[in-house]
Design a protein around this ligand. Structure first.
Ligand code: MLT
Length: 264
């Protein structure tokens, strides 16, 4: 399936958006510190009857999850997705999930279903915030390459490290394509995000929670909390995948996604 690249004016911010497939809108929000290309496997094989839309999210001027959510809303507006009567299905992995919680809280975009992959509802702990500050200093000192070296061991699972070196190389290249300023803004946004746990009982659209069984950043226990908190949600565990489950095991991830979308 050909992947189209376009640039839209999202509230005054030029934003690159990748798109493939035709049909109902499925808007996918990537993890930190990556880009829309993270969703390449899902863009190459869009679920039948669905139009996959993946915007770049990171930028130097966004400093909160609300800023990212506003950017997503602007992209949706520029593409006319806000006029789709039944709403869009939003999917997000890790930071993409944090942004989805901000979108749900703001309630400006009509949403028909959610896919929350390798993410968590909780805010950062004090220890987590201290780690973000260290990472900011590393980004200042060594740029994206230093951040990639630090994060890669945990971003992908042990099986991927052992058996899928091409995936590790892809993630490394995606991190390197972000500027130091955008990475630092991402860290600042994540460390100040609110706890979304109180939001979970109010989510009343069909929701798929996905987690890689080897995810050490947002482990299966986080997914269990999400699935317990969101009434009627469905939980899928992806074997032999770590934190970036959609890229590490696209076959298994997309099978779960397609099964969910058939029921939305
Ligand atoms: C991500 O994958 O988006 C980040 O690792 C999430 C985080 O650091 O909290």
């Amino acid at each position: 399936m050909p992947i189209a690249t376009r640039h839209v004016d999202a509230g005054g911010r030029r934003t690159r958006v990748l798109e493939a497939g035709r049909g109902e809108p499925l808007l996918l929000i990537h993890a930190f510190p990556l880009t829309a290309d993270f969703w390449q496997p899902q863009l190459e094989a869009p679920p039948p009857g669905w139009r996959v839309i993946a915007p770049d999210v990171l930028g130097p001027s966004e400093t909160s999850m609300d800023d990212y959510a506003a950017r997503i809303e602007a992209v949706a507006g520029a593409l006319g997705l806000d006029r789709v009567g039944v709403g869009v299905v939003l999917g997000g992995l890790s930071m993409g999930g944090y942004i989805i919680f901000a979108l749900v809280r703001r309630a400006r975009l009509a949403v028909r279903g959610l896919v929350l992959a390798d993410t968590r509802a909780e805010a950062d702990t004090d220890e987590g915030r201290a780690g973000r500050k260290k990472m900011m200093a590393l980004a200042d000192a060594e740029g994206a390459a230093g951040v990639a070296r630090d994060m890669l061991p945990k971003l992908v699972g042990e099986t991927t490290h052992r058996e899928r070196p091409h995936v590790v190389a892809t993630v490394d290249a995606l991190i390197a394509s972000n500027s130091t300023a955008a990475i630092k803004a991402g860290l600042a946004s994540m460390m100040t995000r609110p706890d979304s746990t109180p939001l979970l009982p109010s989510i009343d659209v069909p929701t798929l929670v996905v987690v890689g069984e080897e995810d050490v950043l947002t482990p299966p226990a986080n997914a269990d909390t999400l699935a317990r908190g969101i009434r009627g949600s469905r939980l899928a565990r992806i074997a032999k995948a770590g934190h970036l489950s959609s890229l590490e095991r696209p076959d298994a991830f997309t099978a779960e996604l397609e099964g969910f979308l058939r029921e939305v």
